[in-house]
Design a protein around this ligand. Structure first.
Ligand SMILES: *Cc1c(COP(=O)(O)O)cnc(C)c1O
Length: 378
């Protein structure tokens, strides 16, 4: 298999050190006490990343499992759930809530902008009788980061428990779980952490635990029931055998990120340069504000198809970029600048290739995309 330069918004390039860690000999993770310690220490590193004192769990499954487990465990049939919706993931969260019996009410906000906090404030003044709210930190398909620092404290004011999908933001955006009063924060291994797909992790506040443990109805399902995890360390018991090699890899991936003090700044700087380069060359971004540090979503120039851009990037340059799905299918291309992909030279070669592909298809650019990028990075 010829491995392309992976510039998609997840999965991202996996560093050799992470891959090497995954090749280490394993022990029996259900029996070996040293693994329980290792798992707990790894959760401790994630706590550092999330800036929280809350419990953190690593679950065996992709990011979607984290979202589903949070909904399964926190939502009881009939609970009123506020779904904050300014994009595909935000809207989809409501579907998970419904699966578990949530009585979902949507707060809709412009899909091309960050969530309108003032609008949400007005909305909540009228109606705040919600147990739970779901929201997305970074809407990966549209490339928009939402102001969770304002939204979560606002929800807390009304005693609403927040479940935040931060899968594509953790490691690339500012995130202060405790200071911002975020109850459940969900991440995944394959975005800015740059470990392979397969793990999700989440932090749970005291209020979130309380809601889970004081339910009147049992949780539907086992794998997604977080109550099973309450005393895993004290009892030295995992609800299921842990994917030990994946956790070895994740540990190194988190350490690599934490070693670097200014990882958010790196993402911010490169994100800005990529956007500026595309815009100055005459292209149009999908978002109108709330630009993400970790992914750039660009409208496909008139007359071009996603398939042409994607396959030419791959065939001529061996670089993989992404499209999007749902209503954005065939309308946008996305360039990821997450984690191990978020380095100056990787974006340079990507933008140069992208520039050349567009010119090959006769798109007129005001200026070479990669020249503007290079100037921005000086
Ligand atoms: C990647 C991602 C997930 C995980 O889902 P995928 O199966 O990888 O698409 C969840 N939420 C967001 C916002 C993501 O970007």
């Amino acid at each position: 298999m010829k491995v392309p330069l992976l510039m998609t918004p997840g999965p991202t390039y996996v560093h050799e050190d992470v891959r090497r860690a995954m090749a280490m000999a394993i022990t029996n993770p259900d029996l070996d006490e040293s693994f329980f310690k290792f798992y707990r220490e790894t959760c401790g590193k994630l706590k550092q990343l999330l800036i929280t004192q809350n419990d953190v769990l690593i679950l065996s499954g992709e990011g979607i499992l984290g979202l589903e487990a949070a909904c399964a465990s926190l939502i009881e049939p009939g609970d009123r759930v506020l779904c904050i919706d300014n994009g595909i993931y935000g809207h989809g969260f409501g579907d998970f809530a419904k699966i578990y019996g949530g009585n979902v009410v949507y707060f809709k906000s412009d899909y091309r902008r960050a969530v309108d906090v003032n609008g949400l404030r007005d909305f909540l003044e009228e109606d705040h009788n919600f147990k739970i709210a779901t929201l997305v930190h970074c809407e990966t398909p549209s490339g928009i980061t939402n102001p969770v620092s304002e939204i979560c404290p606002l929800l807390k004011k009304y005693g609403i428990i927040s479940i935040v999908d931060s899968v594509s933001a953790i490691g690339g955006e500012n995130l202060k779980t405790d200071e911002w009063q975020m109850d459940v924060v969900i991440g995944g291994s394959q975005k800015c952490l740059s470990a392979p797909p397969g793990l999700t992790f989440l932090s749970l506040s005291r209020e979130a635990w309380h809601k889970i443990l004081q339910r009147e109805t049992p949780v539907t399902g086992y794998y997604g029931n977080l109550a099973n995890w309450k005393n895993w360390y004290e009892e030295k018991w995992f609800p299921y055998t842990q994917p030990i090699s994946d956790i070895y890899g994740l540990r190194v991936a988190v350490e690599r990120l934490l070693e670097e003090e200014s990882f958010v700044l790196r993402h911010k700087k490169i994100g800005e340069a990529v956007r500026q380069a595309l815009v100055e060359s005459g292209l149009e971004l999908y978002p109108l504000d709330g630009f993400s540090n970790t992914v750039t979503t660009l409208l496909i120039p008139e007359g071009l198809s996603f398939k042409d851009i994607y396959s030419t990037m791959l065939k001529d340059y061996n670089i993989m970029i992404a499209g999007a799905f749902d209503f954005l299918k065939d309308k946008v291309v996305r360039i990821g600048h997450m984690g191990e992909n978020c380095h100056e030279e990787k974006l340079y070669v990507t933008l140069k290739a992208f520039n050349n592909v567009l010119e090959k298809f006769n798109v007129k650019l005001n200026k070479k995309i990669y020249h503007i990028y290079q100037e921005m990075m000086e």
